[in-house]
Design a protein around this ligand. Structure first.
Ligand code: SF4
Ligand code: SF4
Ligand code: SF4
Ligand code: FES
Length: 957
């Protein structure tokens, strides 16, 4: 069971303006109408025994342990299913009730293994607790009757075991799967004595619809569903609350530990983003942190064709600093730069950009947000005035119409998808704009009202068509626009979108979506009391990514859907700290808080605080760094936590650029694909080994807490600090909290943020958090937009430069899957591979038949950039003319295919549109063969590390 504070009120909290006052065991208590008698009692400090009830689930009333006596009522009603009513007089403890409860417990225990002392959840089992609470001393029926004690365990799930012999059929797991997760994978099979929990159609867990979120494990009051790590290691002895290092939901967890080993990660019921829920990644896939592939010693080498040489930290840092200085002396100050991953903490991101700006003396710093959500930063800033989403995740519970564009939260943001699905089950309308039939289009109890299955690359066309309907059918909100927006810009935009060329009928040729559906969807969104837009990388990773973001903001402003709960513009950030890395000034043109480096007042502030001179010119973006490397003017790179070789488009261009550089310093927990091109390797620390903060997609800054010492000896922030000191720019932080204090002192939206304040506010704060908003800002733009008046901007549609033709007749689009994460470096080193062990190419049956391709055949995918080979997955999820793959495995070479085409405003790569041809093949591509050779060579270099000889290294330069 999952309770951080130890109190389970038994049934969910209710909110109501109407209060009722009742008496329980002589105590008078007032609760909101709709509250159960059980909860009312618990709030008065009276705990009624229970088994089938738990606070996170609606009451079910099956165990009959929570019976009470109510004055004037016959019988013994269940307190969990009986609503509190004004004037009730209730007794929870009487001799009769005690008798009934003992009888109930006797029946349970007579069909339960009597192995408490060796049971993995001994001491943490509600059945055991309740036996004690009701005073059960004896079982009159004996233990020899018909029972379930010999039932076989289901061990198929890699992370948890189902032991039906211990099941009390309380239904909590079934309800958790339905209510909390929204997957509906479990059922109670059979009736009466024979009834037992069954996944899907009586399958094993692994073969069922179960997505391994663990909600049922949390909900189970017995040891029936138990984590395998708990079975193996026993229960944790101490714990700390920290934040998931995977996606932008930012779930809070309690890491339960034995010594320095994690026993399990328990989702935190007080987590502001997740409220006690989690997904298979954060809940279970943390084993990578102690995987044997972790690189724990610094290494250096002169050339990438040399074996690595293991050296001391001092030597590695000294060598890295001397190389940066040597390169700058030879090629100029701007010839080096730094990259910091959006997986790093805010404090680490802040330090890397400070290192580059203050110690390298240029602005050549960038982050992987460049390749995912940089258009969000641009598009929302120019329209609304702030480069961030407008809502909390919980806001969706007040939405009446949800418009999802280019996002699949069920895979990318699973815990948020569960919240969203809950709202959809309550009746909210759903419009999905996506080239694929994702889980959000159709899944148990969820069915999109409209699926606008557009052609990749036509987002702007569809957004304009939606706007056309809203304006020409007078569905916009003139009062909101007049009061809150720049009226001139609105009029100009309204005139633009009203043009016949932007009508759904005219746009149909580009989008492929029937005009009638677009019209109906536009009406549904505009007429909803609260309409909310959620979008993802299917919007941003396009040549017109920024244009679509602007178009989305236009739609929200025109319909008055900004500035309150239930509405808004919500970018679903891919990685854990995409928002934070952008906030921290990791882009080359912006200092922390999105202030342009050319602004002399801002620069002066940072120069005074940092005691250095700052370059007023924006630095190089990632693709510019690669181009400059090829031209011979960018020769050194410090790369913390980012695997550009696997994640960035046009792999051959990336690797050629890296090969052209003279010193690449990689700081990572694994010898990743980029490290294979590096000259200095600095071991990184996992999220379990560091203190700091992550900022999720709802601007929520949450604490990351060190639960074990860094395996390499240093946290990532310490390594950056050592490098800075070696370069002659002093950094003397003693703890990441001091870095956050500095961030707060220099960033207007963060002035109220500190580790102490985060703790005081229950573990997280949503920025802006400053004097005006000391408790943070859940909803933005309430009275006015951050920029004052909202600005409409025209969004002319241009077709992608990636055109299909007879040589490349199909469009490849890419995405992600639930069990894997980004480049897969973490999840590939866990049992998550059981769900997805390779990247495959989804292709429509018509396109497959035309090419003679059968299920699982190897197929060559050729684009203007390159060729790779994957196995085919023939499916109608994808439309004819479009193919789809993921990019979680390096040997797949998905980015060998993608091109250098990018967003006009931000250079965010156009991953979602690549013209390709698909052909049956029998062997790997040339690139894959070369990859395999290079990979084997590099792995051998790492496993045959030599003792360094400095003279040799110096001579090689
Ligand atoms: S792990 Fe999650 S999806 Fe699977 S059965 Fe349990 S609650 Fe349902
Ligand atoms: S598996 Fe656990 S939660 Fe599910 S019915 Fe059995 S005892 Fe209850
Ligand atoms: S991956 Fe995302 S949804 Fe899953 S537990 Fe981590 S933060 Fe939550
Ligand atoms: S707790 Fe109320 S019937 Fe089980």
């Amino acid at each position: 069971m999952n309770l951080l504070n130890g109190i389970d009120y038994g049934t969910p909290k209710r909110e109501s303006e109407h209060l009722v006052t009742l008496e329980i065991d002589g105590k008078t208590i007032t609760v909101p109408q709709g509250t159960s008698v059980m909860r009312a009692a618990a709030e008065a400090g009276i705990n009624v025994p229970k088994l089938c009830a738990t606070e996170s689930l609606e009451s079910f009333g099956s165990c009959r342990l929570c019976l009470v006596e109510i004055e004037g009522r016959r019988g013994y009603p269940a307190s969990c299913t009986t609503p509190a009513e004004a004037g009730m007089k209730i007794k929870t403890q009487t001799p009769k009730l005690a008798d009934i409860r003992r009888g109930v417990m006797e029946l349970y225990i007579s069909d339960h293994p009597l192995d408490c002392l060796t049971c993995p959840t001994n001491g943490n089992c509600e059945l055991q607790d309740m036996a004690g609470v009701v005073g059960l001393r004896d079982v009159r029926y004996g233990y020899d009757g018909e029972n379930h004690l010999k039932m076989e365990k289901d061990e198929s799930n890699p992370y948890f075991t189902y032991d039906p012999s211990k099941c009390i059929v309380c239904n909590r797991c079934v309800r958790a799967c339905e209510e909390t997760q929204g997957t509906f994978a479990l059922t109670i099979d059979s009736r009466g004595f024979a009834s037992r929990v069954a996944p899907s159609q009586y399958e094993d867990f692994i073969d069922s619809e179960c997505v391994s979120c663990g909600a049922c494990v949390d909900a189970c009051p017995t040891a029936t569903l138990t984590e395998k790590t708990v079975i193996m290691m026993g229960q944790g002895e101490h714990s700390k609350v920290t934040t998931c290092a995977y996606c932008g939901v930012g779930c809070s967890f309690k890491a339960e530990m034995k010594g320095n080993e994690v026993v399990r990660m328990v989702p935190n019921p007080d987590g502001g983003a997740n409220h006690g829920h989690a997904c298979v990644k954060g809940r279970f896939a943390w084993g990578y942190a102690t995987h044997k592939d972790r690189m724990l010693k610094p290494m250096i080498r002169a050339k990438i064709s040399d074996p690595w040489r293991e050296v001391s930290w001092e030597k590695a840092i000294g060598y890295a600093a001397s190389e940066i200085k040597r390169i700058q002396a030879k090629y100029g100050r701007g010839s080096v730069g730094g990259l910091v991953s959006s997986r790093c903490t805010n404090e680490e991101g802040y330090l890397v950009q400070k290192l580059v700006r203050a110690a390298f003396g240029n602005n050549n710093v960038d982050t992987c947000a460049r390749v995912c959500h940089s258009p969000t930063g641009y598009g929302l800033k120019v329209t609304l005035g702030e480069s961030a989403g407008t809502q909390t995740f919980d806001s969706v519970m007040k939405s009446d119409c949800i418009l999802i564009i280019g996002a699949n939260p069920a895979s990318g943001h699973p815990v948020f998808a569960s919240i969203m699905k809950r709202r959809l089950r309550q009746g909210a309308k759903l419009i999905v704009v996506d080239p694929r039939t994702t889980e959000m289009v159709k899944s148990p109890h969820v069915q999109a009202d409209y699926h606008l299955k557009l052609k990749p690359g036509s987002n702007v066309a569809i957004v304009n068509a939606l706007a056309h309907v809203i304006i020409t059918e007078n569905l916009h909100q003139p009062d909101f626009i007049k009061e809150r927006c720049e009226v001139d810009s609105f009029e100009e935009w309204a005139e633009f979108v009203s043009l016949p060329e932007n009508s759904p009928e005219a746009m149909e040729q580009y989008t492929g979506v029937p005009a009638a559906d677009v019209r109906a969807a536009a009406r549904m969104y505009a007429n909803a009391k609260n309409g909310a837009i959620y979008y993802g990388l299917g919007v941003t990773e396009h040549a017109q990514g920024s244009t679509t973001v602007i178009g989305i903001a236009n739609l929200a402003m025109a319909t008055g859907n900004v500035g309150r709960e239930g509405v808004g513009v919500n970018p679903l950030r891919g990685q854990n700290n995409v928002q934070g890395s952008c906030d921290m000034g990791s882009f080359p043109h912006e200092l922390p808080g999105y202030r342009h480096v050319s602004d002399s007042t801002t620069r002066a502030e940072f120069e005074a605080a940092w005691n250095c001179k700052l370059d007023p010119e924006p630095g190089l973006r990632i693709p510019n760094m690669f181009d400059a490397a090829m031209e011979g003017s960018f020769m050194g790179l410090y790369c913390e936590g980012e695997d550009i070789v696997q994640s960035d488009p046009n792999t051959q261009h990336v690797t050629a650029a890296l090969e052209a550089m003279e010193c690449i310093i990689v700081q990572d927990i694994f010898l990743n694909e980029t490290a294979k091109y590096a000259h200095v390797f600095l071991p990184g620390s996992s999220f379990l080994e560091k203190d700091g903060t992550f900022t999720n997609a709802e601007r929520r800054i949450s604490r990351v807490r060190k639960v074990m010492p860094p395996k390499s000896g240093y946290g990532d922030w310490e390594v950056t600090q050592m490098l800075s000191n070696a370069l002659g720019y002093p950094m003397n932080y003693k703890h990441p909290r001091e870095i956050m204090d500095e961030i707060a002192s220099l960033t207007p939206t963060f002035t109220g943020v500190s580790f102490k304040r985060i703790d005081e506010l229950g573990g997280s704060i949503q920025w802006p958090c400053n004097e005006e908003a000391p408790e943070g800002t859940p909803t933005m733009h309430i009275q006015e937009f951050v920029r004052g008046k909202g600005r409409f901007i025209n969004t002319k549609y241009f077709g992608s430069g990636e055109r299909t033709n007879k040589d490349f007749p199909l469009i490849l689009t890419t995405g992600r899957i639930l069990s894997q994460y980004n480049v897969g470096a973490q999840t590939r080193r866990t049992f998550n591979n059981m769900w997805h062990s390779e990247d495959r190419l989804e292709i429509h049956p018509d396109d497959a038949a035309e090419r003679g391709i059968k299920q699982n055949d190897w197929v060559g995918i050729t684009s203007r950039a390159g060729q790779t080979v994957l196995r085919a997955d023939i499916t109608e999820r994808i439309q004819p003319g479009v193919v789809y793959t993921t990019f979680h495995f390096p040997e797949s070479g998905a980015n060998v295919i993608t091109t250098s085409s990018s967003d006009w405003a931000t250079n965010c790569p156009e991953y979602k549109v690549t013209a390709v041809q698909i052909t049956p093949v029998t062997q790997p591509s040339e690139w894959q063969r070369e990859y395999n050779r290079f990979n084997a060579e590099q792995e051998s270099f790492a496993s045959t590390k030599l003792i360094p000889r400095d003279a040799e290294l110096t001579a090689a330069k």
